[in-house]
Design a protein around this ligand. Structure first.
Ligand code: KIV
Ligand code: NA
Length: 266
């Protein structure tokens, strides 16, 4: 496979060809996701919850994001790799935003960055894009501000909130985003925004009408079950398979069945 490009993603939207994206946080997950033919990989700050065990994405640091992005890039994926700017790495100033987006690209090796938020983040988006770094937006349920949003719940059921998300999407495009994640918004709102925007929308809990879809690797593979949002489809329960394999190993060691003759040197 040759490297996925931004014009290809735009062309996919125009052709009505769905764009596929999944999170990846390390070398093996990036290898497998790329082998599966994903168009984009997201080094999401969700890694804080599903691989580092934090209670939310808020504690995730820049150093952690760089560390995981580097591991993903060692798989040399053909998929376009987007790395999340973690909480407080871009909100305080335009200078922080450019510097930290630059770290994800320069130290991490990411192809693009993603940040959460609308109007207030426009100067940051513009400056990062001006520095030559592609930016993906993220509206709707933005987990870095989950307390302010009143919890992990659907955003944009009320007309005023829906109008604000729609206006934010247009402003982000004007500021130069190449794509937009819509998380946990009603189907109709996602469809309307997708139809209005020239750039691809990538949905998660945003219905079937977005230009593409993203899911968290550990959610779709059954490797994380502290909670399961309605929008997750679990395609396989690897967690169960792993526990079973580990129990089998433990049992065989205890019974003296492993290692066998074929695993031993004479
Ligand atoms: O961090 C993440 O995994 C994300 C996706 C849910 C869009 O931001
Ligand atoms: Na994220």
């Amino acid at each position: 496979r040759t490297k996925v490009t931004l014009p290809q993603l735009r062309a996919m939207k125009e052709r009505g060809e769905k764009i596929t994206m999944v999170t990846a946080y390390d070398y093996p997950s990036a290898l497998l996701a790329d082998r599966a033919g994903m168009d984009m990989l997201l080094v999401g700050d969700s890694l804080g919850m599903v691989v580092l065990g934090y209670q939310s994405t808020v504690p995730v640091t820049m150093d952690e994001m760089v560390h995981h992005t580097r591991a993903v890039m060692r798989a040399n994926p053909a998929a376009l790799v987007v790395a999340d700017l973690p909480f407080l790495s871009y909100q305080a100033s335009v200078q922080d935003a450019v510097y930290n987006a630059g770290r994800l690209v320069k130290e991490g090796g990411a192809d693009a960055v993603k940040l959460e938020g609308g109007r207030a983040m426009i100067p940051m988006v513009r400056a990062i894009v001006d520095a030559g770094i592609p930016v993906m937006g993220h509206l709707g349920l933005t987990p870095q501000s989950v307390v302010q949003l009143g919890g992990y719940r659907v955003q944009g059921r009320e007309a005023a909130v829906a109008d604000r998300i729609t206006a934010d999407a247009a402003d982000l495009v004007e500021a130069g985003i190449f794509s937009l994640v819509l998380e946990c918004v009603p189907v109709d709102l996602a469809r309307r925004i997708t139809a209005e925007l020239p750039v691809p929308t990538i949905g998660i809990g945003a219905g079937p009408d977005c230009d593409g879809q993203v899911l968290v690797y550990h959610d779709l593979l059954g490797l994380f079950d502290r909670f399961q949002p309605k929008f997750v489809k679990r395609y396989v329960n690897l967690g169960e398979a792993i526990v079973k394999a580990l129990e089998d190993y433990r049992e065989e060691v205890r019974q003296g069945k492993f290692p066998g003759e074929e695993h031993s040197f004479r």
